[in-house]
Design a binder for this molecule. Structure first.
Ligand code: PBG
Ligand code: ZN
Length: 336
């Protein structure tokens, strides 16, 4: 019978919670590591639940202060804003991405006033505002017009920056958008006040399904495979991050999360000097929510395990719809 030698016994390291913690490295999740995505409607008094993401709502501006106040009190440090507008306000150029009617443009000064310490990031994309639902400006044949797209994306980023965003986060995946945004911010002297968080490594993913329902941003024809990365592509993932770093991105993101932790680790190892974000996207939220709801998994345990994996794989900040739930989880209770 095989006898394990004393020196090979790992269980001597994990019999007590404090020992387990020492062996886990500094993987504790704190509010600093969380960014909360929020959908903001153009009708100020409306509030509705997103069917495909139970427990997640779209909010009109008049609901924001009440919703955020308790979260900020529990330590919430940053949010990521998404605008949602009615179909009749959409057109080929996405003019309402940054018009005075845009819910983000309207919400920014209010949020800055209500929550002076909250860091506010804005998703920058065209898909919630174009009538075709694609993330750029199109030629007549339906292909991407890169030059017009990055001009427009940079214009929108500057509008959000002027309205009070601390961070602009382009999710469109158009070539050259980081350089275009940096240049446009520089032209209005905002490069010292606004950070660019690049959705640098964003894959064409089935996990975005519930989000497109949430932000009413599904493409009306075709898909996003000509601008988002193929899930199997290690090489393009590296090149996308390298390109965005070279164009001046301040921070990087890998998206989706759980299925791409290898990419996260590689990105962190290649760019240790850049804060790295990971987006636990809508489909991941729905998957965990429904599994827990049906008693297949324990929500708290599994969520903590996934968040820890993300930190272990190199994440500095996790963008997650579970943020309110996690903030409650973090309220200190003695473990020992
Ligand atoms: C828009 C955008 C998407 C997400 C963030 N910004 C959807 C997409 O690219 O199709 C996905 C977020 C999520 O699924 O939670 N460009
Ligand atoms: Zn988009």
């Amino acid at each position: 019978m095989y006898q394990v030698e004393a020196k090979n016994r790992l269980q001597s390291s994990i019999f007590h919670p404090l020992l387990r913690e020492w062996h886990s490295g500094n993987l504790q999740i704190t509010p600093v590591n969380l960014m909360y995505p929020i959908f903001i409607l153009n009708s100020p008094d409306e509030k509705n639940e997103i069917i495909s993401m139970p427990g997640v709502y779209r909010y009109g501006i008049n609901h924001l202060e009440e919703m955020l106040k308790p979260l900020v009190a529990k330590g919430l440090k940053s949010v990521l804003l998404f605008g949602v507008i009615d179909d009749d306000l959409k057109n080929t150029f996405g003019t309402n991405a940054d018009s005075n009617d845009n819910p983000i443009i309207k919400a920014l000064p209010l949020l800055r006033k209500w929550f002076p310490d909250l860091v506010i990031a804005c998703d920058v994309c065209l898909c919630p505002y174009t009538n075709h639902g694609h993330c750029g400006i199109l030629y007549d044949d339906g292909t991407i017009n890169n030059k017009e797209s990055i001009n427009r994306i940079a214009e929108i980023a500057v509008s959000y920056a002027k309205a009070g965003a601390h961070i602009v986060a382009p999710s469109d995946m158009m070539d050259g958008r980081i350089g275009a945004i940096k240049k446009a911010l520089d032209n209005v002297n905002l490069t010292n006040k606004v950070s660019v968080l690049s959705y640098a490594v964003k894959f064409a993913s089935g996990f975005y399904g519930p989000f497109r329902d949430a932000s009413k941003s599904s493409p009306k024809f075709g898909d996003r495979k000509c601008y988002q990365l193929p899930p199997g592509s290690n090489g393009l993932a590296s090149r996308a991050a390298a390109r965005d770093v070279a164009e001046g991105a301040d921070m990087l993101m890998v998206k989706p999360g759980l299925a791409y932790l290898d990419i996260l680790r590689k990105t962190k190892d290649t760019y240790p000097d850049y804060p790295l974000f990971i987006y636990q996207v809508s489909g991941e939220y729905a998957m965990i929510y429904h599994a827990a709801k049906n008693n297949a998994i324990n929500l708290k345990d599994v969520l903590l395990e996934i968040l820890t994996s993300m930190k272990r794989a190199g994440a500095d900040c996790i963008i997650t719809y579970f943020t309110p739930y996690i903030l409650d989880m973090l309220i200190p209770k003695s473990k020992y």
